[in-house]
Design a protein around this ligand. Structure first.
Ligand code: BES
Ligand code: MN
Ligand code: ZN
Length: 503
């Protein structure tokens, strides 16, 4: 989707549909004028309340020089950034379902709306572009027409162009915001594609390949550790999880360095389990296919490092992605096994389905030891227990730093990807004690999201600014009532928001 920001007159915009966004408060005053320009009677507005995402499609009486379709788009009361996102997403999804290719949106009043509600017009443009990209997303590359490259796909082409018309006075801000939104939005779509690819299309090697491609395209370094190197380094966590697989593991290291001196060094660690069967502690078959999304943390880290590079942020961002599937076979690790992780800490494997923390353990040790980062953040679809605690809209946050926790919480609010902090008190240590090893990878019934985080904490080796974000809930949505489903790319906007604040 090409994004065009223009100050051309609305009458000059060429598109399949011309969209007029309205806030609820200004609706009656403003909308009548728009309608009369198109020869549409004012009572067409009768049922339109301008709720966020509400769309009314109208057709001008005569086909003149203006677009043959007009849409009124509700923005809610205009006081809430997330209402703009919701509106843009709904609009793009609607236009996609109508098979239209070019949308033009009259954002002339965004300057006034921003002034009135103390918002930045650049941020409104940014969010509108992010939302439009998100709404225009569809995962159809595995449909036969798309798989067969020789067959021209004559069906849906998708939205090719989004034209946003702003007043000249705010044009520069709008253009800058739209450009940022395009980067964040497209990185998030890339993450969604990776999450949606099933296990037979995305193995550990494919994650490494995606990282290498991104690095060479956007000018940052990517190094991939293979199984042999992991054996030499004794990365016992990642190797143990990989034991039951026919596919070799990879450990991708992405390293974006700014031109000048880096303000801070941030390490991002993402869980890359390309498919989680549970291993010998096999999961029930119901819904197991959704475990193709168990590499959502990895996808988010890759997308965020790419975004940092594309935005040219003045910080160093290191992405660490341990990747493997978790499969049961004759050589798989067994419950009761004791493994030695990269750190030297021994782990009793109480449950082979608690595999994420084993691969993250090695990556966290590696991050601290090799890069001495100022900040370490890991993202993982780590526990079903986190879904029990917070449901699907919100991620769990754990941190040993109040300052970092607060920064991540705030980024959650401003990016619309919300997190809620949970405790890391030592009271929970009892649950992951092992009789035979240093620690157990399972903590029994209660507080499963917390005991998982407590486990990870053992591997940060006293680092003072670490956070763990459990995205098991928001990373992937099951289909419900025809609503959007699949990978969400959750965490990409959250991390980019954070990284920008540090840059
Ligand atoms: N990948 C799962 C967690 C998960 C569950 C993510 C549902 C998304 C949706 C993780 O590897 C896992 O299996 N965790 C176990 C841990 C338990 C065995 C201690 C869980 O949550 O049941
Ligand atoms: Mn598991
Ligand atoms: Zn898992």
């Amino acid at each position: 989707m090409k994004i065009v920001v223009t100050k051309n007159a609305v009458k000059k915009l060429e598109a399949d549909i011309l969209v007029f966004p309205f806030c609820s408060g200004e609706l009656r005053k403003q909308a009548a004028g728009v309608l009369s320009d198109f020869d549409i009677p004012a009572h067409a507005l009768k049922d339109f309340k301008a709720e966020s995402g509400e769309i009314v499609l109208l057709y001008p009486a005569s086909e003149g020089e203006l677009a043959s379709r007009v849409a009124l788009l509700g923005l809610g009361d205009g006081k809430n950034y997330e209402d703009f996102r919701k509106a843009a997403t709904a609009l793009a999804a609607k236009v996609l379902s109508m098979n239209l290719e070019r949308i033009a949106v009259d954002c002339s009043r965004f300057g006034t709306i921003a002034d009135e509600s103390k918002k930045r017009v650049g941020k409104l443009a940014e969010i509108f572009v992010e939302g439009s990209l998100s709404g225009s997303y569809k995962f159809d590359r595995l449909k036969s027409g798309k798989l067969d490259k020789k067959k021209e796909d004559k069906k849906v082409k998708g939205i090719s162009e989004l034209i946003l018309r702003f007043d000249a006075s705010v044009f520069a801000d709008a253009q800058d915001g739209a450009a940022q939104g395009e980067i964040t939005g497209s990185c998030q779509l890339m993450a969604r594609d990776l999450v949606n690819l099933p296990g037979n299309y995305l193995q550990a090697e494919d994650i490494a390949k995606a990282a290498l491609e991104s690095g060479s395209r956007y000018g940052y370094d990517v190094k991939v550790l293979r199984k042999k190197e992991m054996e030499d380094l004794a990365m016992g966590g990642l190797l143990a999880v990989n034991q039951g697989s026919t596919q070799p593991p990879t450990f991708s290291i992405l390293d974006y360095k700014p031109k000048g001196k880096a303000k801070v060094v941030v390490a991002l660690v993402g869980k890359g389990v390309t498919f989680d069967s549970g291993g010998i502690s096999l999961k029930p078959s119901e819904g197991m296919g959704e475990m193709k999304s168990d590499m959502s943390g990895a996808a988010c880290v890759l997308a965020s490092v790419e975004a940092a590079a594309r935005l040219g942020l003045s910080i160093r961002v290191i992405g660490l992605i341990p990747a493997t599937d978790n499969m049961p076979d004759g050589s798989a690790q067994k419950p009761g096994d004791v493994i030695t992780t990269y750190s030297g800490i021994t782990v009793e494997v109480g449950n082979t389905d608690a595999e994420g923390r084993l691969i993250l353990a090695d990556a966290l040790t590696y991050a601290k030891q090799e890069y001495h980062p100022d900040i370490i953040i890991d993202l993982a679809t780590l526990t079903g227990a986190c879904i029990v605690a917070l449901g699907y809209p919100v991620a769990g946050l754990f941190s040993n730093s109040d300052k970092l926790a607060d920064e991540i919480y705030q980024a959650g609010i401003s990016s619309g990807e919300k997190v809620w902090r949970m405790p890391l008190w030592d009271d929970y240590d009892e649950q992951i004690k092992s009789e035979v090893a240093d620690v157990n990878n399972t903590g029994g019934r209660g507080a499963g999201a917390v005991t998982a985080a407590k486990f990870l904490e053992k591997f940060i080796d006293g680092h003072k600014k670490w956070a763990h974000v459990d995205i098991a809930g928001p990373a992937f949505l099951s289909k419900s009532g025809g609503k959007a489903s699949g990978g969400t790319g959750f965490g990409v906007r959250l991390l980019i928001d954070l990284l920008k604040k540090w840059a």
